[in-house]
Design a binder for this molecule. Structure first.
Ligand SMILES: *[C@@H]1O[C@H](CO)[C@@H](O)[C@H](O)[C@H]1NC(C)=O
Length: 215
């Protein structure tokens, strides 16, 4: 099913959209569990990081800020792996949509995966473990704001890269259920940023004020 794009064919667009929506098994167990992880993970790391900032409970538990941050990093990473596995298991038995099952869509998917993974890997390389996993909540700050790639193309390459990867795998497999999960990933990351960005800005502003005093 391919619509003609030279004259906008609303009937065909409607049929395509219906085809896509009908190809989603909303009741599948792994689909629901994947959505659960997508929703839970950012809430979890924001709550835990704020608690750490307020009480230093992880620093005390692990015997140091850096160790505490590594502990949180390991936990967040594991939750991410669990989420990705559920996504994978969910897509495995979700229907393929005829609309998405085209070579062009697959190629777009491949590009999204490539760009997404590039953003994730280079972001991790630039920030290191503590920079990636909420080190600022532990009082571990970067000396300078990183402006090199991928930060010259995205403010949040980790989130954008991860979202692009979900999008890419969904398109590559032609499974609209994956697009629903991707949309939810995007929503949760956008929400998370509303909490994280002002907080990070505040912590760095405090540090800069301290530095200015010393000078
Ligand atoms: C970002 O940096 C990379 C590597 O230094 C460079 O190739 C690219 O052109 C830059 N992109 C923008 C938009 O400045």
């Amino acid at each position: 099913m391919i619509c003609k794009w030279d004259s906008v064919d609303f009937e065909c667009l409607k049929r395509s959209l219906l085809n896509v929506l009908e190809s989603i098994d909303f009741n599948q167990k792994w689909f629901k569990i994947a959505l659960g992880f997508v929703g839970f993970n950012p809430v979890f790391w924001n709550v835990v990081a704020r608690l750490e900032y307020g009480t230093r409970f992880l620093t005390r538990l692990a015997g140091g800020a850096r160790q505490g941050c590594y502990l949180l990093a390991l936990t967040i990473f594991s939750l991410g792996v669990a989420r990705d596995l559920c996504f994978e298991w969910s897509l495995r038995s979700q229907p393929v949509s005829a609309v998405l099952n085209q070579e062009l869509v697959k190629n777009v998917g491949r590009v999204c995966i490539g760009v997404g993974q590039l953003l994730v890997v280079t972001s991790m390389y630039q920030l290191g473990i503590t920079g990636t996993y909420l080190g600022d909540y532990f009082g571990i700050l970067m000396d300078n704001i990183v402006t090199a790639f991928p930060f010259n193309v995205s403010n949040n390459p980790m989130y954008h890269g991860s979202t692009l990867s979900f999008l890419g795998y969904s398109l590559l497999q032609g499974k609209p259920a994956g697009l629903v999960i991707t949309l939810f990933v995007h929503t949760m990351y956008s929400l998370a940023l509303k909490f994280e960005e002002p907080f990070t800005a505040k912590i760095y502003a405090q540090r800069d004020a301290q530095r200015a005093k010393k000078d």
